[in-house]
Design a protein around this ligand. Structure first.
Ligand code: SF4
Length: 98
């Protein structure tokens, strides 16, 4: 029997963010391209690409108290926040940190 679409995407629904709450795939692709472009641009300019431990920890602490965080992903941008907070050029889509 073929799997339902949701089962194919998320075999353990309790561990996954409800896809209807996330930005569209196109929006997430744009966000990823934009973030990737900033990281590369920073690197080409010789700037620090990774955030310091203190900055990373601060950002993550803010995200952990934010209602937009679902299973370590930001519902606003669709990013995996443990990864996003590590890059110096990253910014919160709601301006809670930059
Ligand atoms: S990036 Fe901003 S909006 Fe998203 S979870 Fe973190 S603090 Fe909330």
């Amino acid at each position: 029997m073929p799997k339902k679409k949701e089962e194919a995407i998320c075999p353990k629904p309790d561990d996954c963010v409800d896809s209807k709450d996330m930005p569209s795939l196109m929006e997430m692709a744009k966000n990823l391209a934009s973030d990737g472009s900033k990281i590369v641009s920073n690197a080409l300019k010789g700037n620090q690409t990774l955030a310091s431990d203190a900055v990373r920890e601060y950002r993550w602490s803010v995200c952990q108290t934010c209602p937009m965080l679902e299973n370590n992903r930001c519902v606003k941008c669709g990013c995996f926040m443990k990864v996003k907070v590590a890059f110096s050029s990253s910014a919160c889509p709601m301006d809670k940190w930059n």
